[in-house]
Design a protein around this ligand. Structure first.
Ligand code: ATP
Length: 202
C-alpha cells in the first residue's frame, strides 16, 4: 500500500527543508503551493472559475496570473478569499491524487504532500498520516526575516493569519522538532523507516 503522508507547519518552521531531506531518501514530494500556482494558470476550469469570481482582471493580457490584483481584492473581501480557496483547493486535491496514483504505480512506499494550509483547507482528511514541523515562534520569525527580508511586524502579521501551532499539533500523528538545536536527520530517518514499515513494503 502506498501511504499518503502530509507535512505542514507554520511559516518558517522548515517544511520545505524537511521535505528536501525526504527527497534525498527518494521519497516523492508534492509541493501544494507551487502546484496551486501552476494550476491557476494551466487548468482551464480553474481559470474560468477564477475569472467568473474575480473578473477578467484576475489574469494579465498575456495569460499570467495578476497576483497583485487578486491579493488586493481578497484582502478587502474575506468572502472572496473563501470563494477563491473553494475553487483552488479542490483542484489541487484532484491533481495531487492523480500524482499520488502515478507514484503508487511506480512502486513508492509512500508519498509526501507539503502544504502550508493542510489543515485549514481540509486536505488533511485525505491523508493517512499528518506530520507537523515545529519551531519556536521567535526562531521562525528570525528565519523568515533572514530569508525574505521582511520586517518583524510583517512576519508576525503573517503568523497571526495562520492557525496557531498548538492547534495543528492536536491533529498531528508525528512531529518533527526543527528548533535549530535538535538534529533533523535522525528524525527524518526514523520517520522514513516508520512509514516504510507501515506501508507494508519492508
Ligand atoms: P514557509 O512556510 O515560509 O514556506 P517553511 O516552513 O517551508 O517556510 P523553510 O523554507 O524550510 O520553511 O525554512 C525557512 C528558512 O529557515 C529557510 O531559509 C531555511 O533554510 C531556514 N532553516 C530551516 N530549518 C533550519 C535549520 N534547522 N537550521 C538553520 N536554518 C534553517
Amino acid at each position: 500500500m502506498t501511504l499518503r503522508v502530509g507535512i505542514t507547519g507554520g511559516i518558517g518552521s522548515g517544511k520545505t527543508t524537511v521535505c528536501a531531506m525526504f527527497e534525498i531518501l527518494g521519497v516523492p514530494v508534492y509541493y501544494a503551493d507551487d502546484r496551486a500556482r501552476a494550476l491557476i494558470v494551466e487548468n482551464e476550469n480553474l481559470r474560468a472559475g477564477i475569472t467568473e469570481l474575480l473578473g477578467e482582471e484576475a489574469y494579465h493580457p498575456d495569460g499570467s496570473y495578476n497576483r497583485t490584483f487578486v491579493a488586493s481584492v481578497v484582502f478587502a473581501q474575506p468572502e472572496k478569499l473563501a470563494a477563491l480557496n473553494a475553487l483552488v483547493h479542490p483542484a489541487v486535491e484532484t491533481d495531487s491524487l492523480s500524482w499520488h496514483e502515478a507514484m503508487k504505480a511506480a512502486g513508492h512506499a509512500y508519498t509526501i504532500k507539503e502544504a502550508a494550509l493542510m489543515i485549514e483547507s481540509g486536505a488533511y482528511h485525505f491523508l493517512d498520516y499528518l506530520v507537523v514541523v515545529t519551531a519556536p515562534e521567535e526562531v521562525r520569525v528570525q528565519r523568515v526575516i533572514q530569508r525574505d527580508g521582511l520586517s518583524e511586524n510583517e512576519v508576525y502579521a503573517r503568523i497571526k493569519r495562520q492557525m496557531p501551532e498548538a492547534e495543528k499539533l492536536v491533529l498531528a500523528d508525528f512531529t518533527i522538532v526543527n528548533d535549530g538545536t535538535k538534529a533533523l536527520t535522525p528524525q527524518v530517518w526514523a520517520l522514513h523507516r516508520r512509514f516504510t514499515a507501515l506501508s507494508g513494503t519492508s
